[in-house]
Design a protein around this ligand. Sequence first.
Ligand code: CAA
Length: 261
Amino acid sequence: GVAFEHLLVSSPKPGVGLVQLNRPKALNALCTPLILELNSALRTFQSDKTIGAIVLTGSEKAFAAGADIKEMKDLSFADAYGNDFIENWSDLVTFLKKPLITAVNGYALGGGCELALMGDIMYCSNTAVFGQPEIKLGVIPGAGGSQRLTKAIGKSRAMECILTGENILAKQAGEWGLVAKVFESPQECVDGAVKMAEKIAGFSQIAVKAAKEVVNKSQDLGIREGVEFERRVFHGLFGSRDQKVGMGAFAAKQKPEWTHE
Ligand code: CAA
């Protein structure tokens, strides 16, 4: 594979792409070169037909401690606005049609929390610390935190987190449904994420893509339009080969051999 300065990229199981943020001296602070590498790694997995799902994780100590404060501290308004600072972060989610699981151990602060929230499924271990400490730096979340965290845990809890800069610990994250599962250790968290990614990668990529698309629509549409959208996409799948494969295999009591077509 391609060598990156701030990432480790591998495929630990069939169909699974794994990206580990690897900038240990700065607790995986998300400097621009790291974000560009992450974009590139995710794009490579996106276009790799053998990859069905992707896991993004950090180290045991930190998923990511935020945007790089040292890189940002001297930016002027004109620099930030003129160059649309961190706009390239939004590429990470909008182009990615394959499922992304974020596996959080240790700190996921500021932009790190926001990056974790970009996962289609979030997992963490009991060491995870989520937070939006931007208020302490004289700013606010800038990579979707005010929107995605609020959708995930509700307004009052999100307001409390964003206005006070107080962290959300793993147990709370599990109880509030911020994450789908809380694992007992960082290793179990990454292994568990890879296992679920492998499971997803075992299905028709066409159906998986459609499933991700319709669930994401629920974030933007009202229930009526959302349900209609879902039904149209469902209808569309009767044009896929894998619908015939899947239902045919069920009727014949066989294992489906997906064609991803
Ligand atoms: N940016 C740049 N460098 C960072 C960083 C960040 N976000 N977070 C940590 N580092 C660096 C530290 O400066 C330190 O570097 P040196 O060894 O050169 O001094 C190194 O990583 C290790 O960090 P600490 O010594 O601070 O480690 P710790 O264990 O004592 O504390 C911590 C860990 C509580 C996470 C602490 O590092 C911290 O508070 N970090 C900043 C968290 C933060 O405010 N994040 C939000 C950033 S703003 C943002 O993300 C905007 C946005 O919405 C996009």
